[in-house]
Design a protein around this ligand. Structure first.
Ligand code: ADP
Ligand code: MG
Ligand code: MG
Length: 251
């Protein structure tokens, strides 16, 4: 489903290379975890998959179902089923969360040539999805992310993901700011979406999340390259030994 080949990228208005030859393949149905110390380029990789304009690909390619997505804008990528849950979700004053979600869903449907979802249908779906994530409907009446706690922001991201039903979900440190109960609820929400047609790229700094969202593969990103890949045991090894050993071996 996702094939990243020798990806090099930098911040568009700066020279510094952040990704320095990332190779990564994720099959449909797979949950791949990306781990790595702070500053490795994890968020940059997720932004580039989503099509953020601040970053420029200088070499390599990203194939989604066999086709390069580099020339597609973020909305086109979203319409084909690519979704990014942000590490730092944006606050949008004045836009109720519910309105935002409905607009996101309907613009995706429009881009796919599908009709608008009616308000009653949307509310029914949103209520069901919010209940699963134990999100209070009162929260959805508030402006998107404004005054939300860290955990509420992350839950709102996963609610959006559940409503959009993406094929490829990239989750950037969704575990940060979540206490253990919220982490379990979010993990249940993600696990409920797992299916043979969907893939997930779960980015995390810590192993803990992977106790609840058990990955098929684990990749360590360091200084803009994947320096080690393995199965879920690699995450446990990192938990016990830290990144030092693997970084030393890669050097
Ligand atoms: P991670 O998510 O693994 O912590 P990031 O992708 O956030 O890593 O950052 C990787 C490196 O790229 C860091 O050194 C960071 O400072 C730099 N970087 C990322 N985005 C920008 C930007 N927009 N402008 C300047 N430097 C950036
Ligand atoms: Mg970071
Ligand atoms: Mg990050």
């Amino acid at each position: 489903m996702l094939e990243i080949k020798n990806l090099h990228a930098r911040v568009a208005d700066e020279g510094t290379e952040i990704l320095r030859g990332v190779d990564l393949t994720v099959a449909a149905g797979e949950v791949a975890a990306i781990m790595g110390p702070n500053g490795s380029g994890k968020s940059t990789l997720s932004y580039i998959i989503a099509g953020h304009e601040d970053y420029e690909v200088t070499e390599g390619d990203i194939l989604y179902n066999g086709q390069s997505i580099l020339e597609m804008d973020p909305a086109e990528r979203a319409a084909t089923g690519v979704f990014l849950a942000f590490q730092y979700p944006l606050e949008i004053p004045g836009v109720p969360t519910m309105t935002f979600l409905k607009t996101a869903l309907n613009s995706q449907r429009k881009a796919r040539g599908e009709g608008e979802m009616t308000t009653p249908d949307f509310i029914r779906r949103a209520k069901a999805a919010a209940a699963e994530l134990r999100i209070d409907m009162a929260m959805l009446k508030r402006p998107l992310n404004v005054g939300f706690s860290g955990g509420e922001k992350k839950r709102a991201e996963i609610l959006q993901m559940a409503l959009l039903e993406p094929k490829l979900s990239v989750m950037d440190e969704t575990d940060s700011g979540l206490d253990i109960d919220a982490l379990k609820i979010v993990a249940d929400g993600v696990n409920a979406l797992r299916s043979p047609e969907r893939a997930f790229l779960v980015i995390t700094h810590y192993q803990r999340l992977l106790d609840y969202i058990v990955p098929d593969t684990v990749h360590v990103l360091y200084k803009g390259r994947i320096i080690r890949s393995g199965d879920k045991d690699l995450a446990l090894q990192l938990e016990n030994e830290g990144y030092g050993q693997i970084i030393g071996e890669a050097a």
